[in-house]
Ligand binder design. Structure first.
Ligand code: C5P
Length: 226
């Protein structure tokens, strides 16, 4: 069977990846992989199950055994072992734990197969940090979104407040820079654009403009669903 097409959308937090990936997936009726949610869930699960981050065998076991269910594309709803954790994983603690487990090779390896399983017909939009470099290196379309740290912190702030989660802008900016640093300096799967990715700075672009550009790239690559 021919492999379904993949569009990877990587970049730092607040670059608009999640919103863009979900819009593009729904425009094309493709599946959506929010890989950050997997790292967030694993981070929260280590707290719930009392697994220390330096206990790599237990961490890997936990990552493989997690019972995760995603709601409809774009709904942002996720459950862990039957409990709705949609809000919890988006909290500051969820973000922090995600970037901590994301720096551990055993956790990344354990989540690798889970991510590949999302590739189903008619196609996949995969959102993350290493979708185009590590998980789907043969993707037909690779996009790397970026924006200034200040703009990304503002977007995160609006997103959190919109969900009824308390947030303080200067603290968000500081944490975002710390996470950027940790994500781009780590030894495994550091946050870097794939060599063949199109880098788009979204600081001054609207969501519609970015979606249009990604769809345009998909058209150029000949992967629009028939
Ligand atoms: O994309 P999101 O902000 O939800 O990701 C949360 C954290 O999960 C990131 O800061 C990063 O450390 C980690 N992550 C990762 N690899 C991915 C997706 C997310 O390491 N593919």
């Amino acid at each position: 069977m021919e492999k379904p097409p993949v569009i990877t959308i990587d970049g730092p937090s607040g670059s608009g990846k999640g919103t863009i990936a979900s819009r593009v997936a729904s425009e094309l009726s493709y599946h959506l992989l929010d890989s950050g949610a997997l790292y967030r869930i694993l981070g929260i699960a280590t707290l719930k199950h009392g697994v220390a981050l330096n206990n790599e065998p237990e961490l890997a076991k936990l990552a493989k055994s997690l019972d995760i269910a995603f709601g409809e594309n774009g709904s942002g709803s996720v459950s862990l072992d039957g409990d709705d954790v949609s809000l919890e994983i988006r909290s500051d603690r969820g973000s922090d734990m995600a970037s901590r487990v994301g720096a551990i090779p055993a956790a990344r390896d354990a989540l690798f197969e889970r991510q590949l399983a999302f590739l189903q017909p008619p196609g996949l939009v995969a959102d993350g940090r290493d979708m185009g470099t590590v998980v789907f290196p043969d993707a037909e379309v690779k996009i790397y979104l970026t924006a200034s740290p200040e703009e990304r912190a503002r977007r995160r702030y609006k997103q959190l407040i919109g969900k009824g989660i308390d947030a303080i802008l200067p603290a968000l900016l500081r944490e975002l820079k710390e996470r950027d640093e940790r994500d781009s300096k780590r030894e495994v799967s550091p946050l870097v654009p794939a060599e063949d990715a199109l880098v788009l700075d979204t600081t001054d672009l609207s969501i519609d403009e970015v979606v249009e550009e990604v769809l345009n790239q998909a058209k150029i690559a000949g992967v629009l669903s028939k």
